[in-house]
Write a protein that binds this ligand. Sequence first.
Ligand code: RP5
Length: 170
Amino acid sequence: MAESGEQRAGEPLVGLVMGSDSDWSVMREAGQTLTEFDVPYEVGVYSAHRTPQRMLDYARGAADRGIRVIIAGAGGAAHLPGMVASATVLPVIGVPVPLKHLDGMDSLLSIVQMPAGIPVATVSVGGAGNAGLLAVRTLAADSGELGSRLRTRMAEYQDGLESKVLDKHS
Ligand code: RP5
């Protein structure tokens, strides 16, 4: 996870967590997206199965430390996003990380099929970039200066997407 040096300076607003450092090749795209929008974030490995207490301590303390959204990625029996969601009041965005077998369907179903009462906003298999964008949009709902800045940046980003398509096809 050498790329964790991309982490933004300042108090982190987003917690970017994953079940193993082997998830970083997928999850780094979320970090890149947050960097693009100048959103400070922190990165950590917290396994629901191998380090359950550490995971719970992280999830329980995140809101009080100033984190506003958590992006959690895991693969296979991907219980991290759901378990983190059970131990925090913050919105949790789940990223199903595809592994060698089953094309990520196992990860997807493990994350998306949450019991009533504990939501996880699940993105597509490998969709860490969209998880980053969803975190930015969540922060953009803020009524203060941060929200205003992020809404402007998101509108510019979306205009850029449109321009790319029009440039190619007109
Ligand atoms: C999951 O097990 C992790 O999120 C990872 O996707 C998967 C495999 O982990 P490693 O065996 O590569 O550490 O908990």
